[in-house]
Design a binder for this molecule. Structure first.
Ligand SMILES: Cc1cc2nc3c(=O)[nH]c(=O)nc-3n(C[C@H](O)[C@H](O)[C@H](O)COP(=O)(O)OP(=O)(O)OC[C@H]3O[C@@H](n4cnc5c(N)ncnc54)[C@H](O)[C@@H]3O)c2cc1C
Ligand SMILES: *[C@@H]1O[C@H](CO)[C@@H](O)[C@H](O)[C@H]1NC(C)=O
Ligand SMILES: *[C@@H]1O[C@H](CO)[C@@H](O)[C@H](O)[C@H]1NC(C)=O
Length: 626
């Protein structure tokens, strides 16, 4: 039934034509009934209303929603291939196996002064589904105040209540089963959607060992962090003993990506959707329109650096969804961006938008842990105890820290502008003011203490990162080919607040592992870095020693990236350095929208995907009405 709906005239004719050989008939049948192809000639045989660049989280959500309207014909271009049946992707038990392979862009940063001149790697999925095909599936939303804050940056109509329904629309939530509830899993059904594409559940082989409850208890004892029932309800300060994941509720921890969630159910029944694999968008051809704005006419695509180019016209517009690292590169190759950068890569400027590629925010992670001890984890899968303490729970001098930030942020903002990481001081100051309000007034969780079973030592570990960095960075093209390595400078620890919060978080993590609730049951205490490396004291260790651990600890490697880059084409007012308006449209264009993590101007206290699915749903609804 399903595939019959999708048979096109060509394929029907072919089926009845005895002149065509069996392989050709098979191929025609396959093409007619399947949106996903690597055949550029097939893709070029159709005409499109919308061309989407990048088929990851933002791109596929938008492609599938736009093509629900039969008047739209959508082409999605994906630089990578289809990994939906790849062993490294299918089960979350394989997390990490895709890293460093052809499924991972694995961008090297510029040498980072904070890391003694070493480079770091930021990972991103180079495959259908984008980073949702290689991520860890942790599911939660930011704090309501963080979405409300978007309006303070010049985005009319942005608030928690505005985006909540779109986040729910993307979701098919499964409440914990009886045995999972018995183990301690909780959820607030009113915070979730059902019937949407993205299946969310508690891991089917959920850990039932004592470490889960002990971790929650220790956080409560050591830091006063309360247990909350759900991290998706818009109140993110607390700890959940079992977090939810984007995965199937049964089977061997089956991943749910934007490809399996949005594309798979419709790929055989959507003749007006084509997903072209292994072809990337290189640039848009821009024309001026009668109202003085710029109009994208088509997208130039290429499969290999030396291969031929093909041009796909887009009658209604172009959606850029190449992710926070590559979206700015595509805009720059199209003549949209900062004059100096465009001059360097030899592209004539179409639109002067200095915010393209600036304002990058990326988080840093360090882990501490203890040896195996007595705990039997009694289960498997992604570790799933997530805590977000607020500033008052990790710093006893929060009031002094607030004054320190407020009296320095003007010069800090200027320093980021001077480093090429922010367009102007006013824009970054607005972000800093918002962040200060979120941290100190709204008491939004400021560090993540991700309770990790068996990592970085064999027992109980804590992966620590600060949620709302003050450091900014940049990413720009080094040539206009679409194939070059970007100049990627995340500017890690270029603002001292980030180190202050990271050390406060690590001290809080140490205090948690030291608490009797964990120590007594496990029979072990911290072995990385351990008390010989950083002797304990009434502040949980000396600041300079912790700082050294952050930058050079753990065998000299120091911190790693969290792989949650955002804000390289921010949704903000143009005066503040924004690139898109509150309707996702690139300033000065009539028909170019950006739908991916690049538009999020400031960080969420969450792993990003649940927020980004909501953002993409909102974008698709907006673009359908345009
Ligand atoms: C290792 C890792 C772990 C993570 N863990 C979690 C987690 O546990 N929970 C969570 O919620 N989030 C997690 N995330 C974050 C989350 O997956 C991303 O924030 C999200 O997928 C970003 O969505 P996006 O649409 O911006 O980009 P992506 O989903 O990355 O999609 C971008 C797509 O564009 C393609 N592309 C790039 N350039 C071009 C071009 N020129 N032409 C055509 N195609 C192009 C890419 O190949 C990719 O498919 C993780 C991310 C990583 C990398
Ligand atoms: C958020 O949760 C915490 C902990 O349960 C509670 O103290 C606080 O009042 C809640 N805040 C809001 C805005 O609901
Ligand atoms: C706050 O306390 C920490 C920990 O003792 C200390 O390192 C830091 O300098 C203090 N910050 C301010 C601004 O007082």
């Amino acid at each position: 039934m399903r595939s019959a709906l999708a048979i096109t005239a060509t394929a029907t004719a072919a089926l009845f034509s005895s002149a065509l050989s069996a392989p050709v008939m098979d191929e025609l049948w396959r093409r007619a009934s399947n949106s996903v192809t690597s055949d550029v000639n097939y893709a070029a045989s159709k005409s499109y209303t919308h061309v989407i660049v990048g088929c990851g989280l933002g791109g596929l959500t938008t492609a599938v929603r736009l093509s629900e309207d039969p008047k739209n014909t959508v082409l999605c271009l994906e630089a990578g291939g289809d990994s939906r049946t790849d062993d490294r992707v299918v089960s979350m038990t394989q997390y990490g196996k895709a890293f460093g392979t052809e499924l991972d862009w694995g961008w090297a940063t510029t040498p980072q002064p904070a890391a003694g001149g070493n480079t770091k790697t930021i990972r991103g999925g180079k495959t259908l589904g984008g980073s949702t095909a290689i991520n860890n599936g942790a599911w939660g939303r930011g704090d309501a105040a963080q979405y409300d804050g978007l309006s303070q940056l010049g985005n009319d109509g942005w608030s928690w209540s505005d985006i909540e329904s779109y986040m729910k629309k993307s979701e098919d939530w499964n409440a914990p089963q009886g045995w999972q509830k018995d183990a301690g899993a909780q959820g607030d059904s009113s915070a979730h959607g059902t019937g949407g594409p993205v299946t969310v559940s508690f891991t089917p082989d959920m850990y039932k060992g004592p470490h889960q409850k002990a971790y929650v208890k220790a956080l409560n004892n050591a830091l006063g962090v309360p247990e909350v029932s759900d991290l998706a309800a818009g109140n993110v300060s607390g700890v959940v003993s079992y977090s939810q994941n984007s995965m199937q509720p049964t089977g061997n921890q089956i991943r749910v990506s934007s490809a399996t969630a949005y594309l798979s159910p419709v790929e055989k029944i959507r003749p007006n959707l084509v997903v072209l694999l292994n072809w990337r968008g290189v640039k848009m051809n821009m024309a001026s329109s009668n109202n003085g704005k710029h109009k994208a006419a088509s997208v130039v695509a290429q499969s290999t650096k030396s291969g031929p180019q093909r041009t796909f016209k887009a009658s209604k517009g172009v959606i850029v969804s190449a992710g926070a690292i590559r979206t700015p590169l595509f805009l720059e190759a199209s003549g949209i961006g900062n004059a100096d950068v465009l001059k360097k890569i030899g592209v004539q400027q179409q639109i002067d938008l200095p915010g393209v590629g600036k304002g990058l925010i990326e988080q840093t992670m360090n882990s501490i842990g203890s040896k195996q001890g007595h705990y039997d984890p009694s289960g498997k899968g992604p570790s799933n105890i997530i805590a977000f303490p607020n500033i008052y729970q990790v710093m006893s001098n929060a009031t002094e820290v607030r004054s320190w930030i407020e009296s320095n942020m003007d010069s800090w903002a200027q320093a980021q502008v001077n480093a090429g990481s922010a367009v102007n001081k006013a824009g970054l100051l607005k972000q800093y003011e918002l962040t200060v309000k979120l941290i100190f007034d709204d008491k939004v969780g400021i560090v993540e203490l991700f309770g990790d079973h068996g990592y970085p030592q064999s027992g109980m570990g804590v992966d620590l990162w600060q949620m709302m960095p003050f450091s900014r960075g940049s990413v720009h093209s080094t040539d206009a080919s679409g194939f070059s390595h970007p100049q990627l400078n995340p500017g890690y620890f270029t603002n001292p607040v980030d180190m202050a919060l990271t050390v406060a978080g690590l001290r809080a993590a140490r205090k948690t592992l030291k608490d009797s609730a964990i120590r007594d049951g496990l029979g072990e205490t911290e072995s990385l870095p351990g008390f010989s490396v950083i002797p304990d004291n009434d502040q949980q260790g000396d600041f300079a020693k912790w700082q050294n651990f952050v930058l050079k600890g753990n065998g000299g490697n120091g911190f790693s990236s969290v792989h949650h880059p955002i804000a390289t084409a921010s949704m903000m007012s143009r005066e503040l350095g924004g690139v898109v308006d509150p309707n996702f449209k690139v300033y000065d264009t009539e028909n170019v929208w950006i739908v991916d993590a690049s538009v999020l101007p400031t960080q969420m206290t969450a792993h990003l995907s649940a927020s980004l699915y909501g953002l993409a749903e909102k974008a698709a609804a907006t673009i359908r009405k345009a």
